[in-house]
Design a protein. Structure first.
Length: 203
């Protein structure tokens, strides 16, 4: 079967896998964005997370969480943390101290300065971290199929297990193409989000 014939025959199944893949990526990134400081400790821990091979980490989680979606989400959150936390720290540290001091001189408290001044100025850098984290997580999520996680990785692993059969290459290419399309769509979402939420003066 030719690849385009395969896509035409299986597009509903691929779309379903793609939606699962997108949902698990978004869930992991949203959980990661809610991580609080202190900075140095979080950066150190999340840096260690990123050095662990994903296949090994998924395997280690099997005795703890079993198979399925839960261990995949936990692992993806661990991988998603570093770009978000690192860029948040860099963005906040990059805010001009003179601006912060001026706001303090006007009587703004710490929380108000953070919400009204520092976060808006750091937002483009923070958003870049979220974008990098999302694209990174999107790729790693495919490996989650190794422990029966949802998403396009199931087609990729099924195809690899059937190497030599007529449909094997189509399964692998279909899964890879789905991940690429999702990456382009997510990138577009972050581009639009940046345009809509960042003032022209700091783009």
């Amino acid at each position: 079967m030719r690849f385009f014939d395969y896509l035409e025959a299986r597009w509903e199944g691929i779309l379903e896998r793609a939606v699962e893949h997108a949902v698990i990526t978004v869930v992991a990134v949203l959980i990661a964005t809610r991580t609080e400081r202190p900075r140095e400790l979080v950066l150190a821990v999340t840096s260690v997370f990123l050095t662990i091979p994903s296949l090994a980490l998924f395997g280690l989680f099997i005795p703890v969480f079993g198979l399925g979606t839960t261990p995949v989400v936990v692992a993806l959150v661990m991988y998603a943390l570093l770009p978000i936390v690192a860029n948040t720290v860099v963005g906040l540290r990059g805010v001009d101290p003179a601006i912060v001091e001026s706001a303090q001189g006007m009587g703004m408290g710490r929380v108000r300065r953070l919400v009204r001044i520092e976060l808006p100025l750091a937002w483009p850098v923070i958003l870049t971290g979220m974008r990098v984290s999302t694209l990174l997580t999107l790729g790693i999520a495919a490996i989650g199929a190794y422990i029966r996680g949802p998403g396009l990785g199931n087609d990729i692993f099924t195809g690899l297990a059937r190497i030599g059969s007529p449909i094997a290459i189509n399964l692998v290419l279909g899964g890879i193409l789905g991940v690429i399309v999702l990456a382009v769509l997510f990138d577009l979402v972050f581009f639009l989000l940046n345009r809509l939420t960042t003032s022209r003066g700091i783009r």
